[in-house]
Design a binder for this molecule. Structure first.
Ligand code: UT7
Length: 328
């Protein structure tokens, strides 16, 4: 069967208007703007209001991506929503977004791969377009993490923010689009970042709530090391698989987990600082939404134009990780 290159043909992003600054956090937990800035690079993060939820941002980002791609919702055959913070357990947020968009010819589904979810979606959809199974798909990373954050735990509550980014994928000419992509996981590291309550293992009870089991738990320090190693390794592997050298990469967009993680990955790869995009100061860690939000910002600011070769790499709870090399 003939192979069809798949690429991103439109992007959009959206986030709540509400902002939580480091100064706001100083009033909630024992922390300081100085500690958060030097240890993470974060200055503020967007925070959804009580009546705002994940699909709202996912749908808005998807609408903007469709507009940029010049497509109608009916043209989309698959909607992959990467999220760790779905609207509710059933139905999946992908189907909710499908209804909100009016994308009646699509199948909607969720990918539960934490911060690597967007790259999981891209990797799955790429092969479906390449083999001609579908023509156009939406891959969305959407999160309202602040509703899963324990605001008594200063080790996690300073990190996370809310938002969504979306990409329309479709056929692109040879030499363009996704040149190499790969996803990985290692469930043995489960307890480095997890949310134990509310599932079939520890169903929601007064006890699980009293024990704060419905909030994210993280061993940040251990995760840090695995994150740097995994992202650097898979990035190098994907650059090689794409038939490129590190110098051929015009822009690196890593998952925005911590500025120090980004710096360490770039340094391991030998990529100069000016080729690495960071928006963590303004958004914090938005999990699966961080890469598509960052990509769309780069498109809007002109850092990504036709012909730009981009390396994406992500790492998240699971643990999961991934790398993608693509040319616009
Ligand atoms: O998106 C998924 C992937 N996410 C990640 O990979 C996150 C990876 N981890 C990290 O980004 C970092 O580990 C953190 C930002 C979470 C923590 O930074 P760290 O440099 O690893 O700090 P630490 O956990 O080793 O803690 C150092 C000290 C501790 O105090 P002692 O034990 O040295 O007295 C902490 O209690 O900093 C303390 N600390 C804080 N102090 C002020 C921890 N959190 C805070 C805080 N404000 N918010």
């Amino acid at each position: 069967m003939a192979s069809q290159n798949a690429g991103i043909i439109g992007m959009g992003h959206s986030y709540p208007e509400g902002i939580l600054t480091n100064a706001d956090l100083e009033k909630i937990v024992e922390t300081s703007d100085e500690w958060i800035t030097t240890r993470t690079g974060i200055k503020q993060r967007h925070k959804a209001a009580e009546n705002e939820y994940t699909s709202m941002f996912g749908t808005e980002a998807a609408k903007r991506a469709l507009e940029k791609a010049g497509l109608r919702p009916e043209d989309i055959e698959l909607i992959v929503c990467a999220t760790t913070t779905p609207d509710q357990i059933l139905p999946c947020t992908g189907a909710i977004i499908q209804a909100q968009l009016g994308a009646h010819n699509a199948a909607g589904m969720d990918v539960f791969a934490a911060c690597s979810g967007f790259l999981y979606g891209i990797t799955m959809v790429e092969s479906m377009i390449r083999t001609g199974q579908i023509k156009y798909a939406l891959v969305i990373g959407a999160e309202v993490l602040t509703k899963y954050v324990d605001y008594t735990d200063r080790g996690t509550c300073i990190l996370f923010g809310d938002g969504a980014g979306a990409a329309v994928l479709g056929p692109v000419p040879e030499d363009k689009g996704i040149l190499a992509t790969k996803i990985r996981s290692d469930g043995r590291f489960e307890e480095q970042l997890y949310c134990p309550g509310g599932g079939t293992k520890y169903g929601t009870t007064h006890e699980t709530i009293d024990k704060r089991m419905h909030y994210f738990k993280m061993k940040g320090n251990e995760l840090f090391k695995v994150a740097v190693r995994s992202m650097a390794e898979i990035s190098a592997e994907m650059i090689e698989k794409a038939g490129l050298a590190v110098n051929d990469i015009d822009l690196v967009i890593p998952h925005q987990a911590n500025q120090r993680i980004t710096d360490a990955v770039a340094s391991r790869l030998g990529v100069p600082e000016e080729k690495v995009y960071s928006n963590i100061a303004m958004h914090g860690n938005t999990s699966s939404a961080s890469i598509p939000i960052a990509m769309d910002e780069c498109i809007e600011s002109g850092r990504i134009t036709e012909g730009t070769t981009v390396l994406l790499t992500a790492f998240g709870g699971g643990v999961t990780w991934g790398g993608t090399v693509l040319r616009f």
